[in-house]
Design a protein around this ligand. Structure first.
Ligand code: HEC
Ligand code: HEC
Length: 366
């Protein structure tokens, strides 16, 4: 059942659905119904009635990942409102069931999700699995290791990236490179950013552009030929984080609390895992290389009404650029697939047009 394209936003089917969804109900301005509600913006939303409209796409991505399927498993192409497929009707019942389980047993906290039962398959397993091997002796419990203090991890990081003075001097970055795993073959990518938290990533493909942006307030996504889609607040928080990590002098301001969780191994090297906490949003896990002090991996989650969509970003190919050490390569991995950006150049403090971060009304920004 694993027939998904590399990136969710790279599947043509999703483009089609996204277009339809955004084209959907055009109510007369006079009536001004609340477009922020799922049942107003979409044509046939019943289970998610009363939920924010911008939660619908993240929830759809969550369901696809939890069942290990594509959108087409439940949807008729280009008619997401259609209930013709039996799977969609079952899924609607399942959404209502899952919301009720959490409401009735966990005070509304999202504890049970599609993933709890489905584990990446359409048919949940109900019977315990028979052991595949003969029992072996339990390995001795590892000796507890002394964890470094969070302050020393952050200080080491600040030193590793170039120190506060060097960081403070970088106001913008204009980066160019290639992206692989985001459609057919390597594609050119441009990353424009402005301190502290504006960032736009533009992938150019033969048909146009695919843009992911955070404008300092909101996140948005755009594909040529389709209207832009707003990120949900939780997706936006993550996009803000991605933008701010490019200007790490503001790093500590991002979170209310940071605490060291464990010593792990990332790509064969010791790394300190730090939990970054904020009220009301899932913790972000950040791994600092124990030797270099640099951030080598981040794991973060976007909340949906029925569960969390995970994203893992791994950073590599660190180089000095105007006194600041930055990754020239990063890999973004999600349940739907992974892509890698490899930079060829990074120009610090080059001019960035303010319009680059503004969500396009219809067509792509030229
Ligand atoms: C497991 C089944 C399932 C999968 C997979 C799925 N959906 Fe859905 N989708 C639904 C159900 C059920 C609804 C209706 C929800 C409700 O009633 O609140 C829906 C509603 C929608 C709507 C609203 C349509 C309208 O106007 O009423 C859109 C848009 C949508 N899905 C897009 C997608 C996209 C894009 C994907 C792939 C990323 C996807 N769906 C994957 C089951 C699914
Ligand atoms: C408490 C466990 C549980 C949860 C939570 C759960 N499911 Fe299911 N789901 C099942 C079981 C069990 C079946 C199989 C029922 C059967 O065989 O008749 C099933 C069947 C389905 C099917 C039909 C599959 C087929 O082969 O026809 C779909 C689609 C589905 N679930 C979607 C979802 C979605 C989407 C969610 C989350 C919103 C979800 N389920 C949450 C237990 C669960």
């Amino acid at each position: 059942m694993r027939v998904r394209a590399a990136a969710v936003f790279a599947t043509p089917f999703l483009f089609a659905l996204a277009a339809l969804a955004a084209d959907a109900p055009k109510a007369p301005a006079a009536a001004s119904p609340d477009q922020s509600k799922a049942e107003v913006r979409f044509k046939n939303v019943q289970a998610f009635k009363g939920y924010p409209a911008d939660a619908v796409f993240p929830a759809m991505q969550f369901m696809s990942a939890a069942l290990g399927v594509d959108c087409e498993y439940c949807h008729v192409d280009r008619e997401p409102e259609s209930d013709d497929k039996k799977e969609k009707k079952v899924a609607r019942k399942m959404i209502t069931m899952t919301l009720a389980i959490n409401q009735n047993n966990f005070d509304g906290r999202v504890e049970v999700t599609c993933m709890s039962c489905h584990r990446g398959a359409t048919d949940p397993v109900a019977v315990p699995i028979i052991a595949a091997t003969e029992p072996t002796e339990e390995p001795a419990a590892p000796k507890p290791v002394a964890l470094p203090a969070v302050k020393s991890v952050l200080d080491k990081y600040a030193q590793a990236v170039g120190g506060a003075d060097a960081l403070a001097k970088i106001k913008t970055r204009v980066q160019k490179g290639t992206i692989t795993g985001f459609g057919p073959g390597p594609l050119p990518v441009d990353v424009l950013s402005e301190a502290p938290d504006k960032r736009v990533t533009i992938v150019s493909n033969p048909k146009g552009q695919n843009i992911t942006a955070f404008d300092g307030q909101h996140g948005w996504l755009f594909n040529t030929g389709r209207p832009a889609r707003d990120m949900s607040p939780s997706e936006g928080e993550n996009a803000r984080f991605d933008a701010m990590i490019l200007f790490p002098s503001d790093f500590k301001r991002l979170f209310k609390e940071l605490k060291v969780a464990s010593l792990d191994t990332i790509d064969g090297k010791a790394a300190v895992k730090v939990l970054a906490l904020n009220d009301g949003s899932p913790a972000v896990d950040i791994w600092f290389d124990a030797q270099s002090g640099l951030i080598v991996r981040v794991m973060r989650y976007a909340e949906t009404p029925i569960g969390r969509n995970p994203t893992e970003i791994s950073y590599a190919d660190f180089r000095a650029a105007d006194g600041v050490t930055i990754p020239f390569r990063w890999t973004v991995a999600r349940p739907s697939g992974r892509f890698t950006v490899q930079l060829e150049e990074s120009k610090q403090n080059a001019p960035v047009d303010a319009k680059s971060f503004v969500k396009p009304a219809q067509g792509p920004p030229s």
